[in-house]
Design a protein around this ligand. Structure first.
Ligand code: ZN
Length: 311
């Protein structure tokens, strides 16, 4: 039975986190993580990415992980796809949702996927066309990330007008959802209000999600700012997994447990059971070889008398 939720939290650590650390999780360990987190009530998990295994060996088993995750009742199995080829592979593997990525920053786009912003939008249109031409994929959701929306570690500032133009053109190209991303953790709450207000205005009926990194400690502050503007879908990673072994101080996404705690404490139902979420965290943390987890809730536990939003 699906629970009523006010806010949807989506796990991305199985992709965003695992691709940024040195420990390589086995397929079985990834699937156990996914099962435990789905059992805690997390409705959607980005279980892997369809990139050439040469580039990201940690993601080489994504087709198997998708296949295993599809057996979990009620879970939306999402996969990151960087291009048309990746989308075809993800669809063939059975992914129920494709998370495509467009970098608003031209410099980041070239460095990350070796193509221009314009070419990225054309690629998304091709993916949508391919899905629409194949009835067996008719129910697959195609989302697009709007990456480096808050700034870029190569180009620096990213103009708001470029973010809004990219969002509008992705919607025109057929994206079913947008996920505006602070890829490098440059964002602040004031910027969130500005960006999400403008993006919502061009998104129309297309839902808009937020993907924040906690690199400079503003992850949850950015979530509350986005909540005020009406955003109800947030990416996060268990234990804040992520960062980069070559970039000291870099960190992962907003910590899932802290996010769920905050939302539930604010009276917003996530459908996630915090105690069961901690079991998933324990399993994930046990696999790590040298990397550390983050998160304040895991250290401090529940406040006395705490009850979740569902009462
Ligand atoms: Zn990210």
């Amino acid at each position: 039975m699906r629970q009523r939720r006010d806010v949807e939290v989506r796990e991305v650590g199985t992709r965003d986190g695992l691709q940024s650390i040195q420990t390589v999780f086995s397929t079985a360990a990834k699937l156990e993580w996914i099962r435990l987190e789905a059992a805690a009530g997390v409705p959607e998990i980005e279980v892997g990415s369809f990139v050439p295994p040469k580039l990201l060996p940690q993601m080489a088993d994504s087709a198997e992980v998708v296949a295993g995750a599809l057996a979990i009742d009620g879970l939306t199995v999402a996969a990151l796809v960087p291009n048309f080829r990746g989308a075809q592979n993800a669809l063939a593997a059975g992914a129920r949702k494709l998370n495509y990525v467009l970098s608003v920053s031209e410099a980041h786009s070239q460095a990350n996927v070796r193509r221009s912003v314009q070419e990225s939008i054309e690629d998304l249109a091709r993916i949508v066309e391919f899905r629409d031409a194949h009835p067996e994929f008719a129910t697959v959701t195609i989302a697009s990330g709007v990456a480096t929306a808050f700034g870029c570690s190569i180009a620096g500032r990213v103009p708001l007008a470029d973010v809004v133009t990219a969002a509008r053109r992705l919607v025109e190209a057929g994206a079913d959802e947008l996920a505006v991303a602070d890829t490098v953790g440059y964002g602040n709450p004031a910027q969130c209000r500005e960006i999400f207000t403008e993006v919502l205005a061009v998104a129309g009926d297309v839902p808009v999600a937020a993907h924040f990194h906690d690199t400079r400690g503003l992850g949850l502050a950015n979530v509350t700012a986005a909540l005020e503007i009406g955003i109800r879908r947030f990416d996060a990673s268990l234990g804040g997994l992520g960062g980069c072994p070559y970039a000291p101080g870099a960190s992962g996404n907003v910590v899932m447990e802290d996010l769920v705690f905050m939302l539930e404490a604010m009276g917003l139902r996530t459908g996630v059971d915090l105690d069961r979420l901690m079991l998933a965290r324990e399993h994930m943390a046990n696999q790590l070889r040298g990397e550390t987890t983050r998160g304040a809730y895991a250290l401090a536990g529940k406040p006395k008398g705490f009850v979740g939003a569902a009462g």
